[in-house]
Design a protein around this ligand. Structure first.
Ligand code: MG
Length: 172
C-alpha cells in the first residue's frame, strides 16, 4: 500500500505537471499570436507531453489503489517579451520540476517503496531530456541574437516537432 505521504506527494506532482501543461499552452498561444507557428507548435507538443506526465502518475496511483485528488491549477503568465524569455522560463521551471521528481524519489527510497521508485525512474531520465532540449534552444536563440532571419529559421525547425506518446502510456 502507498503511504499517505507518498500519495500526497504524487498528487502534488500531478498538479505540478498540469500547471506545466497550462504554462506551455499559454506560451503556445502567445507564440501563435505573434505569427510564430513553429514555436506555437513546439509548445503545443510540450503541452500534450505534460498532460501525459500527469496521466502516467494518475494511472500509477489508480493501479496501486491510491486516491487521485485534483487541485486547482494556479494562473500562468500570458505575455513574454521574447521567444528567448519563454525558453528561459521553461528551463527555470523544468529545473524546479527536476527537484520535485528527485524529492519524490527520495521519499520512495526512505519508505522502501520500490514500485514507486521504479515508476519514477522514467521521470528522472525525462527531466534530463527536458532540461537539455530547453538549454539547446536557448543556445540557438542566443546565437542568433534577435536576428529576424535566424528566428524565422528556428521557427521553421520547431514546426517539425511531432508529438509521440511516452513509453509508459504505450506499453501493455
Ligand atoms: Mg513534466
Amino acid at each position: 500500500m502507498l503511504s499517505q505521504k507518498m500519495q500526497s506527494a504524487l498528487n502534488a506532482q500531478i498538479n505540478a505537471e498540469m500547471w506545466s501543461a497550462y504554462l506551455y499552452l499559454s506560451m503556445s498561444m502567445a507564440a501563435a499570436d505573434k505569427g510564430l507557428k513553429g514555436v506555437a507548435n513546439w509548445f503545443a507538443v510540450q503541452f500534450k507531453e505534460e498532460q501525459d506526465h500527469a496521466q502516467i502518475i494518475i494511472n500509477y496511483l489508480l493501479s496501486r489503489g491510491g486516491r487521485v485528488l485534483l487541485e486547482p491549477i494556479a494562473a500562468v503568465d500570458t505575455e513574454w517579451e521574447s521567444v528567448l524569455a519563454m525558453f528561459e522560463q521553461t528551463l527555470t521551471h523544468e529545473k524546479k520540476v527536476t527537484a520535485m521528481i528527485n524529492n519524490l524519489y527520495n521519499i520512495a527510497i526512505d519508505e522502501k517503496d520500490h514500485a514507486t521508485r521504479s515508476m519514477l525512474t522514467w521521470f528522472v531520465d525525462e527531466q534530463v531530456e527536458e532540461e537539455d532540449s530547453a538549454r539547446e534552444i536557448i543556445d540557438q536563440l542566443r546565437m542568433i541574437d534577435c536576428n529576424k532571419l535566424g528566428l524565422y529559421m528556428i521557427d521553421k525547425e520547431m514546426a517539425a516537432r511531432v508529438y509521440t506518446a511516452p513509453a509508459p502510456l504505450t506499453k501493455e
